[in-house]
Design a protein around this ligand. Sequence first.
Ligand code: BTN
Length: 261
Amino acid sequence: MDSEDGWWRLGGNRLIGKRIIHLEEATSTNDVAKELARRGAEEGLVVIAETQSRGRGRLGSAWASPRGGIWLSVLLRPKVAPINAACITIAAAVSVAEAVEEVLGVKPQVKWPNDLLIDGRKFCGILAESSIRGERLDFVVLGIGVNANVKLEELPEELRDSATTLYSALGRPIPRRRLLDAILRRLELHYSALLQGRFPEVLERWKALDITIGRRVVAEGPGGRMAGKVLDVDGDGSLIVQVDGGSVVRLRAGEVHILEM
Ligand code: BTN
């Protein structure tokens, strides 16, 4: 399908992707990147695997990673104290969405906190994992999984109603090199904006793609499950929900299920 040899090899002068490690198989690229981070690897390192035997999603779920996808992790060492990992996830979601639009000409939607969708079905997920030393963020490993040249039948059966792949949604092979290049370029841009205190600009872009705000949802956060209406996403990436018949709550982490589209 995508037989571009060495599709992960990108040239150019870049911070994110200056060094790229490509593996035929990894347990999880996030785990490989974390291990390298602990051994002192530099910011901007990208680990890519053709398949993952133990790909991880958020909230302890498994992430199916057949060949043909883009399974990668980026090592970040944000120096300004302490950037909320939710902001990095939001910057990553904007980067992938813009890259997909640039390279493939379709505009994805984003669903808080980290899902990218086409026609309401998820094709990309993001898993940011932080390591904190004292008060400071030591490093963040940003894992991005894109169902690129994957056929729908290659995903687990239970996901086939809610998930999709770029290949199946568009009905054509996906140029992974161009998509990877665009994702990393845009990530570098939006990550720099975060470091310079310009998160509101990134958030504005995110809101232009968002399908969560204004919807009725069931939200699951650390405090449990609640039904309500999403009012906004605030300046540190938290979801603001007007709970039915009650108060307004602020979710820093969790999951939302949209009740009405
Ligand atoms: C989610 O939506 O639940 C997040 C999925 C994140 C998947 C990516 S694939 C590359 C990286 N390695 C992993 O084990 N997970 C992330």
